[in-house]
Design a protein around this ligand. Structure first.
Ligand code: NI
Length: 171
């Protein structure tokens, strides 16, 4: 396994809509293992393939570090789709690709996500709480959407100015 470099804003790969995964080969399995290791090392509760420079529809999520109930296992989802949503909550989020930024944005309270597991079988995840938020956050990455895009124009321009002043934050 290997740690991958996490791409940070304004890296172009973060703005692209990712392509579906079509080949379930050894390279995909290695990418999954490397993404899991990179997520834990960051540390983060989720990581989407574009964040490590791969424009493919693949996410890994593990909220156990932040969720005291420890009721969800590590999830690997390939070509995930948000199938159903319910309710609305205000969510405070940060992103490994946006160092130093946190913001509050609306999210669905409960979600049903369908996709494919790493072994190629259909997967169906019904989630609420932090896992529901993390899934929505990572799914957005696959469509080139960052939490920065969902915050107020004022907050966005403030963050961009802050980045210019501190080039080291570009990672
Ligand atoms: Ni993120």
């Amino acid at each position: 396994m290997a740690l991958l470099r996490i791409r940070t804003y304004p890296d172009e790969v973060l703005k692209k809509k990712s392509a579906p995964v079509e080949e379930f080969d050894g390279a995909l399995q290695k990418l999954i293992d490397d993404m899991i290791e990179t997520m834990y090392a960051a540390p983060g509760v989720g990581l989407a393939a574009p964040q490590v420079g791969v424009s493919k529809r693949l996410i890994v999520v593990d909220v156990n570090m932040r969720e005291s109930e420890h009721k969800y296992p590590l999830l690997v989802l390939i070509n995930p789709v948000l199938a159903e949503t319910e309710g609305e909550v205000e969510s405070e989020e940060g992103c490994l690709s946006l160092p130093g930024l946190t913001g509050t944005l609306p999210r669905a309270e409960k979600v049903l996500v369908r996709g494919i597991g790493r072994e190629g079988k259909p997967a169906r995840i019904s989630a609420e709480g932090l896992l529901a938020i993390a899934l929505q956050h990572e799914l957005d990455h696959l469509d080139g959407i960052l939490i920065l895009d969902k915050l107020s124009p004022l907050k966005k321009s403030f963050y961009k100015k802050k980045l210019k002043k501190t080039p080291s934050m570009r990672g």
